[in-house]
Design a protein around this ligand. Structure first.
Ligand code: FES
Length: 172
């Protein structure tokens, strides 16, 4: 009889093969094998794996934990401690919306709300179609042209909430 934990493990394994290609998973396994038993290997392994897969969902953390003979909570603890590691996929276009004081004073509140609402995506998340990821930042370093958002390398200055649809339309 299949145990509940076996079912959960099978489900995790399936979700990995749906999310990643066989080549990606082979590369992940090679990284794990190369580093098995090496002290202090976890962070470099997570970094190398993320370079291959783009993000580190829980099933992948489990695979890494088993491969390195660590506990899942140890791996999860490191992934969640360092902001460099992502548990969600990144969208094709990264929107950075400034949450800093200058942008706030110059009216970014509607901008932030509309962005989340129009894309149906929270700040810090990725849209379901993976077209956009949204990141909130403290200051984009160009307060003179606040409120500011960037999309990839493009800087959009003095953005009003009503201008958002036309801006987003430029990015497919
Ligand atoms: S506070 Fe927004 S760019 Fe500095």
């Amino acid at each position: 009889m299949v145990q509940a934990s076996d079912q959960a493990a099978a489900k995790m394994e399936n979700s990995l093969s749906e999310e990643f290609t066989a080549e990606q998973l082979d590369a992940v396994d090679k990284i794990i094998r190369r580093n098995r038993g090496r002290p202090g290997a976890l962070i470099p392994v997570l970094k190398d794996v993320q370079d291959v897969t783009g993000f580190l969902p829980l099933p992948l953390q489990k695979r890494i934990a088993e491969g390195l003979r660590l506990s899942l909570s140890e791996v999860y603890g490191v992934v969640t401690f360092y902001s460099f590691f992502r548990q969600e996929p990144i969208g094709r276009h990264l929107i950075k919306v400034c949450l800093g004081t200058a942008c706030y004073v110059r009216g970014n509140k509607d901008l932030v709300q509309n962005l989340s609402r129009d894309l149906d995506c929270r700040i810090g998340g990725t849209t379901r179609d993976r077209r956009f990821s949204i990141e909130g930042v403290r200051c984009l370093g160009c307060c003179g042209i606040a409120p500011v958002i960037t999309v990839g390398d493009d800087v959009h200055r003095e953005v009003r909430a009503k201008e958002l649809p036309a801006i987003l339309e430029q990015y497919k």
